[in-house]
Design a protein around this ligand. Structure first.
Ligand SMILES: Cc1ncc(COP(=O)(O)O)c(C=O)c1O
Length: 397
């Protein structure tokens, strides 16, 4: 007989305690490393100084003196938090200033910022698609976009990664009158691939699909002064919405959605992620705003980022490593099995280089890899350390 006062452990507690993936993570400790200190590209972990080779601080602005100073100034002026949502008591002048600056930079009429790229990108999909629509998605899009897909209640059709020919075939199976939302990324950070945006945008035009571009890893990296992937290809006008993160090249945290005024006002009315979440903090808005200024006034960071990227790719290819055809500063090292990835990652760690493992099912079977990313701030000394560590890790395979 069922008893309300059963002595059995609660089913959900038992499931959490028995979770195999969690047990494995706690045993091998590959993730959640709490670093004791950081200065630029150098971190301290377990008392040892290491080179950080997997952060998305592409332009290296997170230790820029002007960026750091802007946090203190903004906090003195606005306090630490608005403690409220934008729709109610949380909107401030610093939000609208940042939105206008970002919109102008991206050549858009309007922009809306939030506390995380995850929230912004999720809302860029969830707020615009609805039941009865079809979302056509690159199969490798980020988790936040998949969450947006699910929340929208629309039907989803996947096309093979960055493959306009397959996209064309998928579009042919959807009735012409069905509203369609197409979603792609500007730069796929797991693979380092640049989106085939001109072909995809053309297909969006021809099929009447609303095109959403998540440019989290394209902003600050591609295009004039880092204006992103649409600018890089000159197809800005064919993209309906650009969303992204401020936690990468802009060295802050937070996210944005940019588009026409009508679309952004519609988002502000309909996005639950906006209506029910507290506003971006003064400190993080100040960081993003100052970084945007630096993208335009100090082009040397972008130049150095690409010089470093070419140098790094040559180094890896010289060692015979497979970088999955990466064309950007996000450079995977594909090793093909979780055992090889673990050995390689440990060897790098031993030689003072910090990277991140990515194994199936997070990547397709046989594509188990080490995630690395280059920054404008990586110095000659960093490169020496990286070269030595990579050569050593290759020998351990
Ligand atoms: C493509 C893409 N979109 C969105 C996000 C989420 O951004 P954030 O980390 O600012 O929440 C990320 C970050 O991992 C990303 O890679």
């Amino acid at each position: 007989m069922l008893s309300l006062f059963s002595k059995q452990p609660k089913a959900i507690v038992a499931r959490a305690q028995d979770d195999y993936a969690t047990k494995l993570r706690l045993k091998y400790k590959p993730y959640y490393h709490a670093m004791e200190a950081q200065q630029g590209t150098r971190i301290t972990l377990d008392g040892r100084e290491m080179v950080m080779l997997s952060s998305n601080d592409y332009l290296g602005l997170s230790f820029h003196p002007q960026v750091i100073e802007s946090v203190a100034t903004a906090t003195r002026r606005w306090g630490t938090s608005t403690t409220g949502a934008r729709i109610s008591n949380g909107s401030r002048g610093y939000h609208t200033e940042l939105e206008e600056k970002l919109a102008a930079f991206l050549d858009r009429e309007a922009c809306h910022v939030s506390v995380a790229g995850y929230i912004s990108c999720c809302s860029a999909v969830a707020s615009f698609a609805q039941k009865g629509d079809v979302i056509v998605a690159d199969k490798n899009i980020h988790s936040c976009l998949w969450d947006g897909v699910r929340l929208s209640m629309a039907t989803v059709e996947r096309f093979s990664h960055n493959n306009p020919a397959d996209l064309r075939e998928v579009l042919q199976t959807i009735p012409a009158k069905t509203p369609k939302l197409m979603v792609v990324e500007g730069v796929y950070s797991m693979e380092g691939h640049i989106c085939q945006l001109p072909e995809i945008a053309k297909l969006a035009e021809e099929s009447g699909s609303f095109l959403v571009l998540d440019d989290a890893h394209g902003l600050g990296v591609l295009g004039r002064q880092g204006r992103g992937t649409a600018d890089h290809f000159g197809v800005n006008a064919q993209v309906d919405l650009v969303c992204g993160s401020m936690s990468k090249s802009l060295a802050a945290t937070g996210g944005f959605v940019a588009g026409s005024r009508d679309l952004i006002e519609y988002l502000r009315t309909n996005s639950k992620q906006t209506i029910f979440s507290a506003a971006l903090s003064p400190a993080m808005a100040a960081v993003a705003s100052t970084s945007l200024d630096l993208l335009q006034s100090e082009p040397e960071h972008l130049d150095r980022l690409w010089r470093n990227t070419r140098r790094y790719r040559e180094l890896l290819h010289g060692l015979g490593l497979d970088t999955w055809g990466s064309e950007t500063p996000a450079v995977p090292i594909v090793l093909g099995s979780k055992e090889a990835v673990y050995r390689f990652w440990q060897a790098l760690l031993k030689k003072g280089v910090f990277t991140v493992m990515s194994i199936a099912p997070a990547v397709p079977p046989g594509k188990d890899l080490i995630r690395t990313a280059i920054s404008a701030r990586h110095s000659d000394e960093d490169f020496e350390r990286i070269a030595e560590a990579m050569a050593y890790a290759v020998k351990q395979l």
